[in-house]
Design a protein around this ligand. Sequence first.
Ligand code: SF4
Length: 502
Amino acid sequence: MAMTRGGPVRVVASVGAAVAAGRFTSSTVSSVSLGGVYTVGERPQIRSAPRCLGCKAHAVECRLCKGNSTSDWVPSYDPAVARLYALPQRHSSRAQQRLNYAAKRQPWLIRGMTTESAVEAVEAGEIPVLKGTGEGDLSQQVTRKYLIGKTQEELEGIALSFGEQKYRGKQMHQLIYKNKIRTVKELAQIPKQLRDAMESAGWNIGRSPIHHVATSKDGTVKILLRLDDSRLVEAVGIPVKDKEGNAKLTVCVSSQVGCALKCAFCATGKGGFARNLKSHEIVDQVLTIEDIFRQRVTNIVFMGMGEPLMNLEAVLNAHRTINKELLIGQRMMTISTVGVPNTIRRLAAHKLQSTLAISLHAPNQDLRSQIVPSAKGYPLDALLEDCKYYFETTGRRLSFEYTLLAGVNDQREHAEELATLLHQWDLGRHVNIIPYNPIADSEFERPTKARVLAFVETLSKRRVTTSVRVTRGLDANAACGQLRNEFQKTPLQAPMELSVPA
Ligand code: SF4
């Protein structure tokens, strides 16, 4: 046992216990392993000898310094060093098991987290346990259920099902959607008995911790949310002032973790596909941006990571929740798609008042199928035929997105051909021009300003209106998927067979 000025030196056994006891002064945890917390920058202060949280009988000794350490010394993270600090498995608490698992198998789960959020994640059971990891009873968990997405009537039904009064549902509705609480524990107006019962039954609010925030000089904020399975997903908050000077806040939401369609220029496509987002994970992006800006969101665009129509059901549920519970008008929302067979007609049946934006990126099938590989299975003519059906069914004109790639699709003749195509189909005559945001390892380049202006001019001469998207947040990895790729480079594996909706 090591002796120092303050007495025997021990290694802290639990992050939660250590932080709760105020023993750490550091703010950032780079990795957590059995029995050790390793910090970057500041050093933790270890002042007392904690007992093992598992058996409570054994004190935990530092097996690395063997009596030569000073009281505030803890090594930087190194797996070999971490092993020396490891507690025997039989002494591990449930929380330690989770942290150990995460440190070994999913280090990104912990890396970069603040101490508070690491502790919060453990205590809230947000460190996932995947099947087949040999973690025994930890995989026997109550199925998680989420309150985000529930209507007031449904929340009242939940309250009644626990033997409480109906008005508790109304209180929950207010706390979830207006006060934006993050955990069931924060349902402060609700009796503790009900909160405990709901937690035991697996109810969660459905909020995900923020993994990272990047703020651009122009005020754009890009966030990464860490989902239950430790995947990261992006959302972007874009503050603007309208012509009257009113503050507007647009959120670009993701609908999938990654994307399987692999458009040639897209950072998300390059990162691979993991899974569809659940509807509460989509709504959470809006709530989190409102939290960060402390401002009401005015506009939603489904243009973040993923193809919304590949996850149509969750997108429609999220759309309903955003509209009915968060009270953001349908006309304030835009759903963007490169086109997925059989889905535009299905979407038309819902007769949404939101705008459907078609990402064309090219004026003809040949060029389009080079830029958007999925277009090979869903030719331009078939896509525009479905768009025509959408217009006839909903009465809403479509808008078109066109990413300008230098030397690829940005010539005057491309603009001419695009104008001809839009007139021929008469679906809408507005094109949103997006000068390409360069991404790492990309073969494409951003067009010059002169080229963009020439393209716009050609379209307007042909009576096609345009808006050129001002690039926001370039210093915050503006292109969708860029920030996620920076933090989660490992190619994502699809846990299930990917199928196009029938
Ligand atoms: S542009 Fe959209 S559809 Fe294409 S790969 Fe990227 S996220 Fe997917």
